[in-house]
Design a protein around this ligand. Structure first.
Ligand code: NAD
Ligand code: MG
Length: 293
C-alpha cells in the first residue's frame, strides 16, 4: 500500500499575519507555498503541446506551468511586471524540464496586452494548443458600499475582460484537440460578503466556459473550468483577505487544511490532455471537500 493520506500529505498551515502590496510575491509568502517543483513527475501527457497560462508566475498558475512543462509542453506565462522575480523562477523551471519558455510581462487590463500575449506565444512556439485563463485580482472590501468604482472596474478588467479578450484572440489559432481552461472558484457558488466583486467574476468564468464549450465542441476544441477552494498563494495576503482570515486559512474545509498550488496541477493537466476528450463544459472542483453543485 503506497497511498498517501490527503489530510497529512501537505501540512496544515497556520500562516502568521502578513500583508504584501498587490499583486503579492510567492517569494515573500510565509510559510512557502508548494508549487510541485520538488515533486511533480511528468508522464508525457502533453508532449509537443504549446500552452499559454495567464498569471503563470505564482500560485496555481505557476504549479500548472511546472506540470505542463514536465508533461512535455512548451509554456508561456503572462504576469504583471512587478512579479518578475517569481516569473524568472518559473521560466527557469520550464527550461529545466527541457521545454521552451516565454515570459510575457504586462497588464491584462489593457486590450492590446491581451492580444499581444497570444500573438507573441504563437510566434515564439509556432502555434497554440492550450490556453489557461488564470490571472485574477482579488481585493477584499467590507461591504458593497466600500467597493470604489475604480476598484470594481479594475477587478472586472483583470478577471472578466482579460479572460474574454485573451480567449477571443486565441481562438483563431486553435486547432481540433486544443483546450481552454478557466480558473473559477468556490466563490462562484458561495460568495463571501467581503469579496462580492471578485466572486461574481468567478461565477462569470463558469458561465463563459459552459457557453463557449457548447460553441466550440463542434470544432473539436474543449472548454472547461477548475474551481479551487482555499489555496495558499500570494493572492490571499496581498489584500485578498482581511488579515484575521489569513491565520488559520483554509482550516474550515472538510479536509481541515488549505490546499497547496501543487494539488491543483493534476486537474489542469487532466483537462488539457487527451484523457479528457469527452469532458466539456465541466467545472472540476478542487476544494478539500466543500461541495460544488
Ligand atoms: P496568484 O496571485 O499567485 O495568481 C494570480 C495572478 O494573476 C498573479 O500572479 C498575476 O500575475 C495575475 N494578474 C492579476 N491581475 C493581473 C493583471 N491585471 N494583468 C496581468 N496579470 C494579472 O494567486 P492564485 O491564487 O494562484 O490565483 C490564480 C487563480 O486561482 C485566480 O484566477 C484565482 O481567482 C483562482 N483561485 C484562487 C484561490 C485561492 O484560494 N488562492 C481560490 C479559488 C480560485
Ligand atoms: Mg503572482
Amino acid at each position: 500500500m503506497n497511498a498517501h493520506d490527503p489530510r497529512s500529505l501537505h501540512p496544515t498551515i497556520d500562516p502568521p499575519q502578513q500583508t504584501q502590496p498587490h499583486p503579492g510575491l510567492d517569494a515573500e509568502l510565509e510559510p512557502k507555498a508548494d508549487l510541485g517543483l520538488d515533486t511533480y513527475e511528468g508522464h508525457g501527457r502533453l508532449r509537443g503541446r504549446k500552452a499559454l497560462i495567464t498569471g503563470g508566475d505564482s500560485g496555481i498558475g505557476a504549479a500548472v506551468a511546472v506540470a505542463y512543462a514536465r508533461e512535455g509542453a512548451d509554456v508561456a506565462i503572462s504576469y504583471l511586471p512587478e512579479e518578475e522575480p517569481d516569473a524568472r523562477k518559473i521560466i527557469q523551471a520550464i527550461e529545466d524540464a527541457g521545454q521552451k519558455a516565454l515570459a510575457l510581462p504586462g497588464d491584462l487590463q489593457e486590450l492590446a496586452q491581451c492580444e499581444k500575449i497570444v500573438a507573441d506565444t504563437v510566434e515564439a512556439f509556432g502555434g497554440l494548443d492550450i490556453l489557461v485563463n488564470n490571472a485574477s485580482r482579488q481585493i477584499w472590501h467590507d461591504g458593497i458600499e466600500n467597493i470604489p468604482d475604480e476598484d470594481f472596474d479594475a477587478t472586472m478588467k483583470s478577471n472578466v475582460y482579460s479572460a474574454f479578450r485573451v480567449t477571443k484572440a486565441a481562438i483563431p489559432h486553435l486547432q481540433p484537440g486544443a483546450a481552454i481552461i478557466f480558473t473559477s472558484s468556490i466563490q462562484a457558488y458561495q460568495p463571501s460578503p467581503h469579496l462580492l466583486d471578485y466572486a461574481l467574476t468567478k461565477a462569470a468564468m463558469n458561465n463563459l466556459s459552459k457557453g463557449l464549450a457548447e460553441q466550440l465542441a463542434p470544432e473539436g476544441i474543449r472548454v472547461n473550468a477548475v474551481a479551487p477552494g482555499p489555496v495558499w498563494t500570494p493572492l490571499q495576503p496581498s489584500h485578498g483577505q482581511p488579515p484575521e482570515k489569513i491565520e488559520g486559512f483554509g482550516q474550515q474545509t472538510p479536509l481541515g487544511r488549505a490546499g497547496q498550488p501543487a494539488e491543483l496541477a493534476g486537474a489542469f493537466v487532466f483537462l488539457a490532455s487527451d484523457e479528457a476528450s469527452y469532458v466539456m463544459g465541466e467545472t472540476l472542483g478542487v476544494t478539500g471537500g466543500t461541495p460544488t453543485p
